[in-house]
Design a protein around this ligand. Structure first.
Ligand code: GLU
Length: 310
């Protein structure tokens, strides 16, 4: 067994012993029903080797991790013009907070909080119908992961819509500022479908290869090197809501979490990894997921702040 494979197995085994696992998101039944004892870990190395442990092949709701893929598509569609409508600063507040929008004139702090992702969705809908935008995102992640079985869970999308009062408030508020331009229900219907993407740790880690490899995935260029670097920078500074500073401190990798309990993290040039444990901490990030990544990084030295030779 390679040293990395051994570490992946070891970390997953250690997670079985942890008593305090946080709480599963309970705002919609499909998430509330996920058993707290699930745990999966997948690591894809730059040389293509894949190491998995636990429930790494079980699909789960990736929720806000989809914001990374939606951002990538929006940058592809409109380039840096996107930054006229969305900021690039950590918010320091909850994923669904509305407070900053008033003083900041409807411009969300970053593309990884809900308000920002709603604007990103609106940008994609500037050129596409909702059905096309949803299809585009699905095709994109399938291509990135090399796996056509990845799907959108319509039950989750419907539940998001049925309970999406805050997201409706955010979208309407930004519409009042002119920063959501399309019809609010069309934008939200699309956003809810993005949140309802279902992927396994293995699929997610494979999909993250373009961020590990300077924009290339499986030998193909997906985005420029510069853009990959910048998306990683945003994931590092804004990928974990008001927990982003702590994630950078403890793990030191670009990462993006979702309330389904998944985290995608990238060690540029080294590995793309995904972890899943549905129990969340108070900021809505996977409690064991963060702990597992912290241990993985301590043992591998993959933090981007680790001094490297040369
Ligand atoms: N569907 C959730 C929402 O929009 C996503 C939250 C998340 O994963 O951060 O409220």
């Amino acid at each position: 067994m390679s040293p990395i494979a051994a570490i992946v197995t070891e970390v997953a085994e250690e997670m079985r012993e942890v008593g305090s696992r946080g709480a599963v998101a309970d705002y919609i039944p499909p998430l509330a029903q996920v058993p707290l004892d699930k745990f999966g870990l997948a690591v894809v190395m730059a040389d293509g080797a894949v190491h998995v442990a636990g429930d790494a092949d079980e699909p789960f709701s990736i929720q806000s991790i989809s914001k990374v893929f939606a951002l990538t598509l929006a940058l592809g569609a409109v380039g840096d013009q996107l930054w006229e409508r969305v900021g690039r600063e950590p918010s320091g507040s909850a994923f669904n907070s509305i407070v900053q929008l008033e003083t900041e004139h409807g411009i969300p702090r970053n593309p990884f909080i809900n308000a920002g992702a709603i604007v990103v969705t609106d940008v994609l809908l500037g050129r596409l119908e909702p059905r096309e935008a949803i299809g585009q995102l699905l095709r994109f992640v399938r291509e990135l992961a090399g796996d056509d079985t990845i799907a959108i869970d319509e039950v989750v999308a419907a539940a998001e819509s049925a309970t999406g009062f805050r997201n409706r408030a955010l979208a309407n508020y930004m519409r009042a500022f002119g920063n959501v331009r399309g019809e609010v229900e069309r934008v939200l219907g699309t956003y809810f479908h993005f949140c309802a993407l279902t992927m396994s740790c293995r699929q997610l880690a494979l999909a993250g290869r373009y961020l590990m490899n300077g924009g290339r995935s499986d030998g193909h260029r997906v985005i420029s090197e510069k853009r990959a670097r910048r998306i990683n920078a945003l994931m590092m500074s804004c990928g974990h809501y008001d927990n982003s500073g702590d994630f950078a401190y403890r793990i030191g990798l670009p990462g993006k979490s979702g309330v389904g309990g998944g985290i995608l993290a990238v060690a540029p040039g080294i590995a793309s990894m995904a972890v899943w444990s549905p129990g969340l901490n108070e900021s809505g990030n996977s409690q064991l997921g963060q702990m597992a990544l912290e241990r993985l990084v301590q043992r591998t030295g993959w933090s981007v702040f680790e001094p490297r030779a040369g």
